[in-house]
Design a protein around this ligand. Structure first.
Ligand code: PMP
Length: 399
């Protein structure tokens, strides 16, 4: 698989285990970006000349592909700058309909981009954030979700797959229960979209957010899926060019969906590439992607668990991430040694500080596997982790 990703040709020794931060981009996606700059380079939706019309057609083809891929209608696909942008837009759209005292359910498992926009609304308009109690290992369960769901719940904003522990939350049941009390659901799918088949009709969520750069696609582009009936009722959060229908000195009407939520010039090259991304993922098959990522992760996990010096925070789970530490060693020290050996993993709180407080650790080491990794990546990683443990013991850093 590595041959499909130019970056590995130039970095033959690279062991890339940071795909949860951003995935590598295949030639096919890079070609689509170049195609825009080499053969189009014009704006969309405005011009009536051929280049502009053809570029607009390509953008709408990408939108349609994405809609079909996630079981949605094209009108429900809003292009954004990324998952963070999408999640912020949801909070801003709902700001107008939320009232002081309305409850918004979140959790300590969230990425900051899912949680902070609503923390801000707590300060700005007096909504109340309510946290789903986590199980001891950090999971969200339906039983615990039920403990906080009530008639006061107006929004449920939770992550589909945790970016630190890799847990898959049963969001389908959470969405069903939320709708029973009339709450709006917003799901952060940034870590789910690279690994899972998404089906908006089946999930029945009101909002769903994800980024392309984590799923072999371009940076700077995300999707905000929103249910058509809901989007029609909500106002845009950004005003400016192209999203309006008629403007006078003191009034404005908005375009139809999805354009009323897309202000100004869009990232056109990236949108071209999003269609190529969907083609790429479909050719390989998201099930195969997930199976291989988990297989490699489990190979590494099995060996790490044999080492007494290692603490793993997410042993019993079904994803592609290992969150761990060498006991008594700061994760930054470990990842620095790994980096010297051309092994890329992440250290820190991974934009999930409340979760690290919950786990009572300041930082963790995150190795995230994807389908383009191979068994030699696993053995190089394990080899350096073992050597690092021996080295830290020799210098008296650990017992
Ligand atoms: N949510 C989760 C669960 C994530 O892992 C990330 C990316 N780390 C985001 C949201 C934000 O995505 P982006 O940086 O692409 O906006």
């Amino acid at each position: 698989m590595k041959e499909l990703f130019p970056v590995f040709k130039k970095n033959k020794d690279l062991v890339y285990l940071d795909s949860a931060a951003s995935s590598m981009k295949p030639q096919k996606v890079i070609d689509a970006i170049n195609d825009y700059y080499l053969n189009y380079s014009v704006n969309i939706e405005r011009g009536v000349y051929n280049l502009a019309l053809n570029a607009t057609k390509r953008v709408e083809e990408s939108r349609k592909k994405i809609a079909e891929y996630i079981g949605a209608n094209s009108k429900e696909i809003i292009f954004t700058r990324g998952a963070s942008n999408s999640l912020n837009m949801v909070a801003l759209m709902l700001k107008k309909i939320l009232k002081p005292g309305d409850e918004v359910i979140t959790s300590e498992l969230e990425h900051h981009s899912s949680f902070l926009p609503f923390l801000n609304l707590q300060k700005e308009i007096g909504i109340k954030l309510v946290f789903v109690p986590l199980e001891a290992d950090g999971r969200i369960t339906i039983d615990n979700f039920k403990k906080v769901l009530s008639n006061k719940t107006k929004v449920v904003a939770l992550t589909h797959v945790s970016n630190v522990l890799g847990y898959k939350t049963d969001v389908k049941e959470i969405i069903r229960l939320s709708h029973e009390v009339g709450a709006i659901t917003s799901i952060d799918g940034a870590q789910a979209s690279p690994h899972m088949k998404l089906d908006m009709k089946d999930l029945d969520t009101d909002f769903y957010s994800f980024s392309f750069h984590k799923m072999c696609g371009p940076t700077g582009l995300g999707i905000l899926y929103g249910k058509k009936e809901l989007l029609e009722k909500l106002d845009p959060v950004e005003l400016g060019g192209e999203m309006n229908d008629e403007v006078t000195k003191n009034s404005v009407t908005y375009k139809d969906l999805p354009y009323k939520f897309e202000t100004g010039t869009m990232p056109i090259a990236e949108i071209f590439a999003s269609g190529a991304t969907i083609d790429f993922l479909s050719e390989i098959g998201i099930e195969n992607i997930e199976k291989e990522s988990i297989r490699l992760r489990n190979l590494a996990l099995k060996e790490l668990l044999k080492l007494d010096e290692i603490e793993v925070y997410n042993k019993n789970q079904e994803s592609s991430i290992i969150a761990f530490n060498i006991k008594g060693v700061h994760s930054h020290d470990l990842v620095s040694v790994l980096a010297e050996n051309n092994i890329a993993v992440r250290a820190g709180h991974h934009c999930a500080e409340p979760l690290h407080r919950f786990l009572k650790i300041s930082a963790s080491t995150r190795a995230s596997f994807y389908f383009y990794n191979d068994e030699s990546d696993v053995s190089k990683f394990l080899d350096v982790v073992k050597k690092t443990i021996s080295f830290f013991r020799e210098v008296g850093y650990i017992d």
